[in-house]
Design a protein around this ligand. Structure first.
Ligand code: NDP
Ligand code: ZN
Length: 379
């Protein structure tokens, strides 16, 4: 077992429960076991025993401080599946024993226009929404009026044995879904579903998916279930073959001949590449009046040749996860259309190795941690 870190045990007004999880102490450190405390479930909150948690590439960006906003210790995990073990006195949506999911958000202001119109993933409060890990999207030192409306600087995610969340931010898991394979739907699934839906993917449409990792795998399966023809663009010959075996069209993303042959053929492209990249070759694949949505790269891209964008009135866009309503919807959609991500279930002790493999693009196609192997605390 790895050595044990200890988090600050500061006294709060609410009673607290003991928990354990895997966290990084700084941007170069491995994830190690951390003993900590969570506030016990309040009036409208539920306590859950975490069963499974997906490993999203965002977790790695965050642990390594690649977005320059990480608060340490950093305990990632926002594709969480768990069973309800306790409920607060005012809880009506869930009961003890229910299987629930927690995605990227655990709170939002509830008052702004996006929150009131079921778009809490675009919450316009000074702090944005409260992340399942790493605290508010906009921390106090960068927020209007140095506010922190959530009163919490750091939050610990699903790489842990127990979580406490507001009942409204816990999703119901349809019984038709396997709990382990349901985990990635809570981020990879809803992020791709929200974009595919917004840009009108339906039967007869041709969708390009760039980068065949966790998001790419879910996005391709969801687009197909929506009736679209799907083309995967990947760096890897192996994944090209695997995508073909899965029934998708596939090409190497810098194969100029294949790109030329597909020019002007796509109605929508989703790029999931996790770093700075050149989208110009993909823009050429779009039909007139079509959109490329970049969800993978939260940083400047290579400069865009705007002539191509002007000449064929093409759109370049982005999209941030999905709302609670969309998350419940995509869970139901997956249950009804028999859509499940390809996953590899690992124990917590394999987590650091899994991070290396995700960084190398060497995962098929999402690692999901089995948290039942994590003992300790009171959870
Ligand atoms: P993965 O690592 O699982 O998949 C990304 C894939 O992109 C890889 O498998 C690889 O596919 C390809 N890729 C990786 N590096 C490069 C590179 N340098 N050049 C070209 N292709 C590359 O990551 P996820 O799917 O979990 O996440 C993808 C990105 O999306 C991350 O940056 C994550 O933070 C972000 N994200 C954004 C969200 C949003 O709301 N906008 C929500 C969730 C995640 P291949 O081997 O096929 O080339
Ligand atoms: Zn994610």
């Amino acid at each position: 077992m790895n050595s044990v870190l200890r988090a600050d045990d500061s006294e709060g007004l609410r009673s607290r429960i003991k928990a354990v999880g895997y966290a990084a102490k700084h941007c170069f450190s491995h994830l190690k076991l951390l003993e900590f405390e969570r506030e016990a479930a309040g009036e409208k909150e539920i306590e859950i025993r975490v069963l499974y948690c997906g490993v999203c590439h965002s977790d790695i960006h965050q642990v390594k401080n690649e977005w320059h906003n990480t608060i340490y210790p950093c305990m990632p995990g926002h594709e969480v599946i768990g069973r309800v073990t306790r409920i607060g006195p005012g809880v009506t949506r869930h009961k003890v024993g229910d299987l629930v999911g927690v995605g990227c958000m655990i709170d939002s202001c509830g008052h702004c226009e996006p929150c009131r119109s079921s778009n809490e993933n675009y919450c316009e409060s000074p702090n944005g929404w409260l992340g399942t890990y790493n605290g508010p999207l906009i921390p106090a030192d960068r927020a209007r009026g140095n506010a922190n409306i959530y009163g919490r600087d750091n939050t610990f995610g699903g790489y842990s044995n127990v979580m406490v969340v507001k009942e409204a931010f816990a999703l119901k898991i349809p019984p038709a879904l396997d709990p382990d394979a349901a985990a990635p739907i809570l981020c990879a699934g809803v992020t791709t579903y929200s974009a595919l839906k917004r840009w009108g993917v339906k039967p007869g449409k041709h969708v390009g998916i760039v980068g065949f990792g966790g998001l790419g795998n879910m996005g391709a399966k969801l687009a197909r279930a929506m009736g679209a023809h799907v083309t995967i663009l990947t760096r890897s010959e192996h994944k090209c073959d695997e995508a073909t075996q899965m029934g998708f069209t596939a090409m190497i993303e810098d194969d100029e001949r294949a790109l030329r042959a597909s020019a002007g053929s796509m109605d929508f492209i989703l790029s999931t590449i996790p770093e700075k990249h050149d989208i110009n070759p993909y823009i050429e694949l779009l039909k007139r009046d079509s959109t490329i949505c970049v969800v993978g790269c939260l940083a400047p891209l290579e400069p865009v040749d705007n002539a191509e964008v002007i000449l064929h009135r093409k759109d370049i866009s982005g999209s941030l996860i999905g709302s609670l309503r969309e998350t419940q919807e995509v869970l139901q959609f997956c249950a009804e259309h028999d859509v499940a991500p390809d996953i590899q279930v690992i124990g917590v002790d394999e987590l650091n190795d899994a991070y290396h493999k995700v960084e190398k693009g060497d995962v098929r196609y999402r690692y999901v941690i089995d948290l039942t192997s994590l003992q300790g605390g009171s959870g």
